[in-house]
Design a protein around this ligand. Structure first.
Ligand code: SF4
Length: 698
């Protein structure tokens, strides 16, 4: 007998993408029968998202309703990392975590506990609330370096502030330069606005990158450089602008600190000089400079990628200087943009417990979790060992550099680890207690756009599966057991959102809920710095004082004294040597976002397997054929994966798109086995695209 199947009732709700991507897309989510997620689309009426999102989030139902979601708290029953766990009740699990933290604290002091988190969700409640617990309990501080520090510092070094022209102005530009980011893969909206400028105004799109990725293919001019040489390219472009009379001298005199010194300096930084460093032909550099010269209304969209080198801070600063030489900042559709972090002026005292900060408590470097857990004295700031971890929203076993040390550290028998996660990640597998976490459509949170200017609400749309609890619930439940007191622990998620909005000058939750988002775009003069840059004298800095760039860092690290005085190619990268003749970068794969989406079948199928791209002539010299198994190695370790012969890289450059789980490699050693945890000057960071290696056929 035919049975009539009732189609589900579909409601469309607004949300925001919580993932670690500057686009923070405004979403329209299908909710089926009030309990399941259907299709996810970009919100048409959000002027930045403009109806477009990436494929991996469009198929989010695959992730949120995945059969491998963690549903119940678990306690370890076998050796660390064995994957042997047994169910435990929430109360027993939280009691145990609290007891272990208290015992550790009694033995070593509060700094032995290290709350460790990152951007698995970018929600201001769910990502940052763990800081409230650490501040109140005086646990070791978390210096979050792994992503933004080099890029942000480099940008702020010039402008004085992390903000720039309205990203929607890309559509009003005559030339959009997409530098060190691959928006065809992620933060797709950059392409939306750049392509609109091309269609409506005949704008040119220039892409600068280290391999021929989707964005480079879509550009009118692809500028292919060796990793870590962007500073040389920027200097050569400025050389051409001065040489050919396209430097805006009036603008330079009024708005910049040292224009004549810069001109004299880049006089020797010719396209020929830059070509030798970057590997990019002189003609391409000249063509790039000519586009900027002829199209003053050029918008430089500067991404994070080229910050992930030991000279990444200096390179970001150098790239941002071109717009000042040309005077592009003064025009609508012109200038340089990296991130809008400075426009939101949050009061985070309730979400993060800033009122409870004790500045005498040590800060530990997130990127150096391997050396920290291995007990290296400098990583521990010569203090007590870390013997207890609470981890939310991150998967350091996979994503942190110097992976062999990370693994050794997590395997320590005297380390107690609690991981609150959505899936049994490789970090969760090393835990003593695993707690099941909600996903973004299962809790209330709010978000700020880095790549745009909206505050957005991401409300709870469906109930979580099993016994999943959100980060705020877990932090508050632990605080209660640990005797930590703060008003933020007694507030609901919605109360925290409302309080933060009100105390930051952004209205109320009710207003945000009614309007879905708040457009925080500063006026033209502020965004374009036409009344001066954000320094006391109002001048853009070609000569930054690297030691005083205003950035949230407790210390200076790396060879700060050797940083270039003026924009330059800084030879501090892991340059190739006869023993290690290749330079390896670990660029993001299209279907993963760090290690998120490692679990979804479509992402795994589309990425196929871990590979490394190698130039055909390099491969031929080494007897490597397409699909061959190869080993990459350096002083940090070895990694086995498959070769992909690809002529879209410079000779001597290898690209391993990432991040695959370690288990996808035949011996369980992931790509971060090869990356270094030494800190980038001046404020830290990990040089994921700056690794010298050898390669051979297996
Ligand atoms: S482009 Fe970025 S912000 Fe937009 S949906 Fe994809 S991951 Fe999320």
């Amino acid at each position: 007998m035919n049975q009539l199947v009732r189609p589900p009732e579909v409601e469309i709700h607004a949300s925001a993408c919580p993932h670690d991507c500057p686009s923070t897309c405004a979403l329209e989510v299908e909710v089926l029968d009030g309990r399941a997620i259907g299709r996810v689309r970009g919100a048409e009426d959000n002027l930045y998202t403009a109806g477009v999102i990436c494929a991996k989030v469009a198929r989010y139902a695959e992730r949120i309703h995945h059969p491998d979601r963690l549903l119940h708290p678990l306690i370890r029953k076998g050796p660390k990392g064995s994957g042997q766990f047994a169910p435990i009740s929430w109360d027993d699990a939280l009691d145990l975590v609290a007891e272990k933290f208290l015992v550790a604290e009694a033995r070593y002091g509060s700094e032995t506990v290290w709350p460790y988190y990152y951007a698995g969700t970018m929600g201001l409640i769910m990502r940052d609330g763990i800081n409230r617990l650490r501040h109140v309990k005086r646990y070791s501080g978390f210096h979050s370096t792994i992503c933004v520090n080099p890029a942000w510092t480099g940008f702020i070094a010039g402008t004085g502030k992390l903000a720039g022209p309205d990203p929607r102005e890309m559509a009003k530009s005559d030339c959009v330069v997409i530098w060190g980011t691959n928006p065809v893969n992620t933060q797709v909206n950059v392409m939306t606005h750049a392509v609109r400028a091309r269609k409506e105004r005949g704008a040119k799109i220039v892409a600068v990158d280290i391999y021929m990725n989707g964005t480079m293919e879509a550009a009118d001019l692809a500028v292919l450089v060796r990793p870590g040489t962007d500073g040389a390219l920027a200097c050569a472009v400025m050389h051409c602008l001065f040489r050919d009379g396209f430097a805006d001298r009036e603008y330079l005199e009024k708005y910049t600190d040292a224009p004549r010194e810069l001109e004299e300096h880049v006089c020797t930084r010719s396209p020929e000089w830059a070509s030798r460093i970057t590997g990019c032909p002189v003609e391409t550099i000249e063509e790039f400079a000519k586009l900027v010269a002829e199209r003053k209304r050029t918008y430089f969209r500067l991404g994070y990628g080229f910050g992930r080198s030991r000279n990444g801070t200096a390179n970001m600063h150098a790239a941002s200087c071109i717009a000042a030489v040309r005077g592009s900042w003064a025009l609508e559709g012109g200038g340089a943009f990296h991130n809008n972090g400075a426009i939101y002026h949050w009061n985070k005292s309730m979400t993060e417990g800033h009122d409870a900060i004790d500045p005498s408590i040590r800060m530990l470097d997130q990127s150096r979790i391997g050396p920290v857990l291995c007990g290296e004295p400098d990583a521990l700031i010569n203090g007590v060992p870390v013997t207890a971890l609470l981890i939310q929203n991150t998967n350091p076993m996979s994503v942190a550099p110097e992976q062999d040390k990370v693994k050794r550290g997590f395997a320590r028998e005297d380390l107690f680890t609690c991981v609150h996660e959505q899936f049994m990640t490789e970090t969760a597998q090393m835990a003593d207690v695993v707690l099941p976490a909600t996903m973004f459509m299962e809790h209330d949170d709010f978000y700020q756009g880095g790549g745009h200017q909206y505050i957005q609400l991401g409300p709870k749309l469906i109930d979580p599966p099993g016994e999943c609890r959100n980060n705020h619930e877990v932090v508050c439940a632990l605080a209660k057991r640990l005797g930590a007191s703060h008003p933020g622990f007694t507030m609901t998620e919605r109360e925290l959102i409302d309080w933060t909005l009100q105390n930051s000058g952004w209205g109320t939750l009710a207003v945000l809920e009614a309007n879905k988002w708040i457009d925080c775009q500063p006026d033209f003069a502020t965004a374009h710095y036409t009344k001066g840059f954000a320094w006391p004298d109002g001048k853009f800095r070609f000569k930054p004082d690297w030691k005083t760039v205003p950035f949230r860092s407790p210390w200076l690290v790396g060879p700060v004294d050797d940083m270039p005085v003026l924009p330059d190619h800084w030879e501090v990268i892991e340059e190739a040597t006869p023993e290690h003749p290749f330079r390896l970068a670990t660029s993001p794969a299209r279907n993963f976002l760090n290690s998120t989406f490692n679990e979804t079948p479509t992402s795994l199928a589309r990425e196929h397997r871990p590979t490394v791209m190698i130039h055909p002539q390099d491969a031929a010299k080494l007897g490597i054929a397409d699909g061959d198994k190869v080993i990459l190695g350096n002083t940090r370790g070895e990694v086995r994966l498959h070769a992909k012969i690809f002529d879209g890289v410079r000779r001597g450059v290898l690209i391993a798109e990432s991040i695959w789980p370690n288990s996808a490699y035949e011996d369980g050693r992931g790509i971060n086995t090869l990356t270094g945890a030494d800190a980038i000057a001046p404020y830290g960071g990990a040089a994921f695209h700056d690794n010298r290696v050898w390669v051979k056929r297996l």
